[in-house]
Design a protein around this ligand. Structure first.
Ligand code: SF4
Length: 72
């Protein structure tokens, strides 16, 4: 099972880190806020943890079912 990933648009600071590191999974919307790519192949949990940890604003949140994963 892979984590479900969300981007909090109110927290994203448009650094581009997630888009650069995992371009198949993240992109910018028209306001240069990151979003997940619809229909993207699922990434392994390890890579999702890395991208969440490397987000400078903590905008990327991971969920295991209904439970939020502590990425720190
Ligand atoms: S790494 Fe975080 S702050 Fe940077 S674009 Fe992605 S979600 Fe936004």
């Amino acid at each position: 099972m892979t984590y479900r990933v969300t981007v909090d648009a109110d927290v994203c600071i448009s650094s581009g880190k997630c888009v650069a590191d995992e371009p198949e999974a993240f992109r910018f919307d028209d306001d240069d806020i990151a979003e997940t790519v619809p229909g993207a192949p699922e990434l392994p949990d390890r890579r999702l943890l890395d991208v969440a940890r490397n987000c400078p604003s903590g905008a990327i949140r991971l969920f295991d079912g209904d439970t939020e994963v502590d990425v720190l």
